[in-house]
Design a protein around this ligand. Structure first.
Ligand code: PMP
Length: 390
């Protein structure tokens, strides 16, 4: 039987640059001791206190259908958090609870793009972006944030592709680059969205992982709130990746319509997870800082190790749980380098090419293993690069 073009075309076909990742997993299954610096998942699990709250909530009866758009107590907490962090008045009617940020990415593109519409996003990009856009029937259009601009997108490049587009997706702090968009970049992005009547979809799932400078939610900028949809999540901030708890913030009308989508797709998030999310948010900023702390420490460690040589250059990560390394001096692509590294040293990193074209010749190091193991792995990266560069 024939399947839809939308579903069979979702991934775009061809190699997605994830071969190194799958190969590393296979080598691990074959008994090899692999250092995995690939995907963005904490090396700690969800805190015991959050799991206890989840367990207690389930025993207390939060196991039936929950509110499809999110329970009021959780939407109130998320609204208060957003108001406090951004200064933009946000009420529970501006909040939709979703099963993770990924579901928010799908929902916001569903809400803003019709079949065949152009949806803009920035390259390098989080792996699911183009597929998510194709998944709603829209056409993904990548705009390069160039390495020579330290991966800050140029608003002029966005403006040049904006005619006829419906939306622009941005992500700061950024996966994969670790870059935080400057105020100037964000203001330029907001200007282009206003000038071209684009929905601005801002993926802020790394907003508690800020090491340098400030994270500016573009919804704070003048005159843009009515066309901005923000995606948040507890995955990274509270080490709750498996709980699937995120949200979309936006104008009331948009949130109401996206809520209708939830009724017809996810039917909401389990009540015991929502209760655990309330508990998690009630732990406040000190808890979030403790979850983020190892990434900051390891980011400093990697930058310090890279400083000691001059073949590999680090993009100075300002946030998120990754450091991007420029290995172009080796003459290899990111993918070829990552494959050699895996074979020679059993260290798995993501090739820059798996995030689009702008980060070719780079590799992304996830800061997700213990410090000593990370230091050893980075040592292997640097020595391999030095030997290749001759
Ligand atoms: N956006 C970005 C940039 C991400 O890196 C991730 C997860 N790696 C997500 C969204 C989705 O996160 P989740 O669905 O777990 O909230």
């Amino acid at each position: 039987m024939q399947l839809s073009k939308r579903i069979t075309g979702l991934t775009g076909g061809g190699s997605d640059g994830w071969d190194v990742y799958y190969r590393a997993k296979q080598m691990h299954r074959d008994g090899k001791d692999i250092t995995h610096l690939t995907i963005g998942e904490h090396d700690i699990g969800t805190d015991r206190s959050i799991l206890d709250a989840m367990h207690a909530a389930a025993l207390a009866g939060h196991t039936g259908y929950a509110m499809f758009n999110g329970n009021t107590n959780l939407r109130e907490r998320v609204a208060a958090r957003v108001t406090e962090r951004t200064g933009v008045r946000t009420t529970p009617d501006n909040v939709l609870i979703t099963p993770g940020g990924q579901s928010g990415l799908f929902a916001t593109h569903s809400a803003t793009c019709d079949e065949g519409d152009k949806a803009l996003f920035i390259d390098p990009f989080y792996a699911t972006y183009p597929g998510t856009i194709r998944g709603v029937g829209a056409a993904p259009v990548a705009i390069q944030a160039r390495a020579d601009r330290l991966f800050q997108p140029d608003p002029a490049d966005i403006a040049a592709r904006a005619d006829g587009a419906k939306s622009l997706l941005v992500n700061s702090p950024n996966n994969p680059t670790g870059v935080i968009y400057s105020r100037e970049t964000m203001e330029g992005i907001a200007r282009v969205c206003r000038d071209h009547a684009l929905w601005l979809i801002s993926d802020e799932v790394y907003d508690t992982q800020v090491w340098h400078g400030e994270h500016l939610s573009p919804r704070m900028l003048p005159g843009i709130e009515a066309q901005t949809l923000v995606i948040g999540s507890l995955s990274k901030s509270h080490a709750m990746t498996g709980s699937r708890l995120g949200w979309v913030i936006g104008p009331e009308e948009a949130i109401a319509h996206i809520g209708n989508l939830a009724t017809h797709t996810t039917y909401g998030v389990p009540g015991f997870i929502q209760e655990a999310a309330c508990f998690a948010l009630d732990q406040g900023p000190a808890f979030e800082a403790a979850v983020a702390a190892p990434f900051r420490r390891r980011r400093d460690l990697v930058l310090q190790l890279v400083e000691g040589q001059n073949t590999v250059r680090a993009i100075p990560a300002e946030g998120a749980m990754y450091v991007m390394l420029d290995i172009r001096a080796t003459g290899l692509s990111g993918e070829a380098f990552a494959n050699r590294l895996l074979d020679a040293h059993h260290v798995a990193v993501m090739p820059g090419e798996s995030f689009g074209t702008a980060a070719a010749g780079h590799v992304r190091v996830a800061l997700t293993v213990a410090d000593d193991r990370l230091a050893e792995a980075v040592g292997h990266i640097l020595s391999l690069a030095a030997s290749l560069a001759g």
